[in-house]
Design a protein around this ligand. Structure first.
Ligand code: GRF
Length: 188
């Protein structure tokens, strides 16, 4: 299947997925392109290393969210994208994209949804002093981190964890879980 990955920042999840497409559990699929809304994002460098076409498309260049998403749709059509994987894409997907890709967009969130949705899932769990948090992979709907849950994995918060050690643990779980769950979803 031809995938598009949407990302806004560092891109560690993007890189894990690119590796698994190259030689691992996603090797029957292809990353057709990276869609990025931030020209300074490190994920763009990672995509270059993997020779994955990148489109930097910024909302500020369009009169409305619908027009911005239509510009994305144009690239997705050009690249014959069949499935969208959000990996640190910091925007809410609007109906312009959701309608043609209904049930074909997934996201990874660094908390056990429905707990701690939004931009700061790791920090919010840490600040709340819960005993455990985790990672959620879910289908995307029009809400903020509200779509049907596909998979979750718990991560314990140890008394001596700092925000940084917790972030490291969460990212390790993400990197292990996302390729496997994506492979399963694409097989179904
Ligand atoms: C991850 O923690 C993911 O769960 C969240 O954004 C972060 C992206 O990290 N949606 P990276 O850019 O893949 O390193």
């Amino acid at each position: 299947m031809r995938l598009a990955i949407f990302a806004s920042g560092n891109g560690s999840n993007f890189e894990v997925l690119a590796k698994e497409v190259a030689t691992g559990c996603l090797n029957s699929h292809r990353i057709a392109c990276l869609i990025c809304d931030n020209p300074k994002a490190y994920v763009i460098e990672r995509a270059k290393q993997y020779k994955i076409p990148t489109y930097v498309i910024q909302p500020k260049d369009y009169p409305s969210k619908a027009a911005y998403e239509r510009a994305i749709l144009e690239k997705l059509a050009q690249e014959k994208v069949e499935f969208i994987v959000l990996a640190g894409y910091m925007r809410i997907i609007g109906t312009t994209l959701l309608t043609p890709y209904s049930q074909k967009i997934i996201n990874i969130h660094p908390a056990l949804l429905p707990q701690f949705p939004g931009r700061q899932g790791i920090q919010d769990a840490f600040d709340s002093q819960v005993a455990e948090t985790g990672v959620t992979i879910h289908f995307v709907d029009q809400g903020i981190d509200t779509g049907p849950i596909i998979a979750q994995k718990k991560v314990k918060i140890a008394p001596n964890d700092t925000l940084e050690t917790l972030e490291t643990k969460i990212h390790q779980v993400e990197h292990d879980l996302y390729p496997k769950v994506l492979a399963q979803v694409l097989a179904d």
